[in-house]
Design a binder for this molecule. Sequence first.
Ligand code: UTP
Length: 274
Amino acid sequence: MINKCLFPAAGYGTRFLPATKATPKEMLPILTKPLIQYGVEEAVRAGINTMAIVSGRGKRAIEDHFDISYELEHQIKGGSKETLLDEIRGLISNCTFSYTRQLEIRGLGHAILTGETLIGKESFAIILADDLCHNENKGVLEQMIEVYERYQCSVVAIEEIPMEQTHKYGVIAGKLVDGTDDTYRITDMVEKPDPKDAPSNLAIIGRYILTPDIFDILRETKAGKGGEIQITDALMTQAKEGRVIAYKFKGKRFDCGSVDGFVEATNWFYDKLK
Ligand code: UTP
């Protein structure tokens, strides 16, 4: 069982400056809903109701979003706009939200280690809210939990990318397992390689299920590419023992951490509404 979902959300979001100067990147909306709310909804669809958020300075709006606003509720009560809060009210009443702060921005691996206090000694999911995923029938995290239940080891979501984009992602090498065409056992992983050094065009995106020994591994992991503590370096320790599965998910993913991906997601969700 996966009961908890960690949301590393302490990054500066520099690609969205000046919007992210005083507003968390995770609060930027696609239409009327902030990115992190899409992430929480995906976790809920996967049967998770314990949300653990790694936040940082300037991120208080995330806490306020997942809380009741009595003044606002009072103001719109009985009016036509009241239903606009239905979804978020549902999340607030069905989930718990816990927070811890990453004091220094030292990379995704470090952010995950900071979340240990909220997770404890159980396997857990991770959603990077700026990777917005959508699949009509079964959410990406829900698909990954089925893979986890089968293999009982860490699982990362992967996507085929154009070779010239490998420098933006963790890229894997692996062997297809059990005659599947979407599930690989990882043999190698390289963080943000040049296309000529990339072992494949299969890139890790912002969805993970990790076993809790990852915390001990992260504690020993030295800063890697970009001087940051990289989750791919820690995962490589598990992968050497054959304990990391890469799963090519079904559905769409928008890189909303980039302006292009953000605009693409906005247009796609707007067209879907009409
Ligand atoms: P990104 O690489 O997208 O970095 O982090 P960023 O700071 O959010 O954005 P840019 O590149 O400056 O525009 C991927 C995810 O990891 C989190 C971020 O919040 C984001 O969800 N993260 C990254 C942390 O929580 N802490 C870190 O030290 C680094």
